[in-house]
Write a protein that binds this ligand. Structure first.
Ligand code: AMP
Length: 202
C-alpha cells in the first residue's frame, strides 16, 4: 500500500486538491469528515454521537475516529494508493496510525501540508458556506475549528518533519496552481508502482 496524508487547516482546500488527485492519479480517497457527514445523514447512533462535536467545531474523540479509519484500512488491497484527508488530526491519531500500519508492514509514505494564511481561510470558508450547505461552516464554528487545528493538529507538522516525510505546498494560488504543486510533489517524493523508492526526503 502507498499512503499519502494531506495536512492543513480547515478551508485550505484539502478536499478540492484531493478530488483532483484521486481522479488523475488513481488514489483512493478517505476523508474522515466526509465519512462522519455520511454517518450523520444515516442517522446511526455513531452519527448522532459525532454530531455535537462537529457542529460545535470540536474534534471527534480519538478512539472513535481511530476505529473508523483502522476498520477502513483493514479492507484495502495491498496495492491500494490511499489518500488520507483530515486524518490524522492529533498526535494520538498519528501514533495510532503508525502503529496500525507497522503491524501490517506498512507506513505513511508522504505527508503534504497545504498552507494559507488565516484571512484566506476565512474567505474560502465563507464562500463554501454559501454553496456546500455544511452545518459547521459558520464563522463561530470556524473559529473553534481553527483553534482546534492550532492546538491539536499543528504539532503533526513537527511529528512528520522529524520522520522526514513532510512536504509543504503553498495553497494560496488558483485551484490549478495548487493541484499542479501537489502533483509535482507526489511525482517527486512518492514512487509509482514498479519504480524505486522515493528519491529523497528533507
Ligand atoms: P473536515 O471535513 O475534515 O473539515 O471535518 C469536519 C469535522 O469532522 C471536523 O471539524 C471534526 O469535528 C470532525 N473530524 C473530521 N476528521 C476528524 C479527525 N481526524 N479527528 C477528529 N475529528 C474529525
Amino acid at each position: 500500500m502507498q499512503l499519502l496524508v494531506f495536512l492543513g487547516p480547515p478551508g485550505v482546500g484539502k478536499g478540492t486538491a484531493a478530488e483532483r488527485i484521486v481522479t488523475s492519479l488513481g488514489f483512493l480517497w478517505l476523508s474522515t469528515g466526509d465519512r462522519l457527514r455520511e454517518a450523520q445523514r444515516s442517522g446511526s447512533l455513531f452519527g448522532q454521537r459525532v454530531t455535537e462535536y462537529m457542529n460545535s467545531g470540536r474534534l471527534v474523540p480519538d478512539e472513535l475516529i481511530i476505529e473508523l479509519v483502522e476498520s477502513e484500512i483493514a479492507t484495502l488491497a495491498p496495492s491500494t494508493r490511499l489518500l488520507l484527508d483530515g486524518f490524522p488530526r492529533t498526535l494520538p491519531q498519528a501514533i495510532a496510525l503508525d502503529e496500525n500500519l507497522a503491524r501490517h508492514a506498512n507506513q505513511v509514505d508522504l505527508v503534504i501540508e497545504l498552507q494559507a494564511d488565516q484571512d484566506e481561510l476565512v474567505r474560502r470558508i465563507r464562500g463554501r458556506s454559501q454553496t456546500d450547505g455544511r452545518t459547521d461552516d459558520t464563522l463561530e464554528t470556524l473559529q473553534h475549528r481553527l483553534e482546534e487545528f492550532h492546538r491539536q493538529t499543528a504539532p503533526l507538522t513537527e511529528y512528520y518533519q522529524s520522520q522526514g516525510k513532510l512536504q509543504v505546498v503553498d495553497a494560496r494560488g488558483s485551484l490549478d496552481e495548487v493541484f499542479e504543486s501537489v502533483r509535482l510533489c507526489i511525482g517527486e517524493y512518492l514512487a509509482v508502482d514498479g519504480e524505486d523508492a522515493p528519491r529523497h526526503h528533507d
